[in-house]
Design a protein around this ligand. Structure first.
Ligand SMILES: [Mg+2]
Length: 179
């Protein structure tokens, strides 16, 4: 099956955080709180995906209060933190939304993502993912983690689904109304 055909079936996009939505660096404050940086291009991807009617979720092994804020602000449907094994939350999320694995895309960067990538119908790796992860992905992004890789995956799915023109037109309407 081609990647385009896989992307056409997608109704929900799940992502890892560190190394995927971020470049993998962590700034650690004296109190132990970790600061991460997210890319504005990926934030816009969330909005475009939502305009297209896609559901979105995050599964991460770590915990971060900053991520809770960002996920809430972006109205992400599912946020699971502290998942040492990502498969149980993956199954839970699918059950909650009544989705089959082939209707889900997943993007990651490291070996903790491999099981979910194999289970999901459409898997993607960021450009600087671990070589094993890149080899196992259906789609390897040109963009690196935290540098628009998530955006690249969303763009690919929206284009494959023929929703790109509709969504960008809708986006312009919303943007103009907000001015
Ligand atoms: Mg990661």
């Amino acid at each position: 099956m081609t990647n385009k055909a896989r992307a056409r079936r997608v109704r929900m996009v799940l992502t890892d955080v560190d190394g995927t939505l971020t470049d993998g660096t962590l700034a650690v404050l004296p109190d132990g709180e970790e600061i991460k940086s997210y890319h504005v291009k990926d934030g816009l991807a969330v909005l475009l995906a939502q305009l297209a009617g896609l559901k979105l979720g995050i599964i991460t092994g770590k915990r971060s209060r900053g991520l809770e804020h960002r996920a809430a602000r972006l109205k992400i449907d599912e946020l699971v933190q502290g998942a040492a094994d990502k498969m149980p939350p993956f199954r839970d999320i699918l059950a909650r939304h009544g989705l089959r694995p082939e209707e889900v895309a997943y993007i990651g960067d490291d070996i903790g993502d491999l099981a979910v990538m194999r289970a999901a119908g459409f898997s993607a790796a960021v450009a600087d993912a671990h070589p094993v992860v890149r080899r196992s992905a259906n789609y390897v992004c040109k963009a690196r983690g935290g540098r628009g890789a998530y955006r690249e995956l969303i763009d690919y799915i929206l284009t494959a689904q023929g929703k790109w023109d509709l969504v960008t037109a809708e986006f312009k309407t919303i943007f103009n109304r907000a001015l």
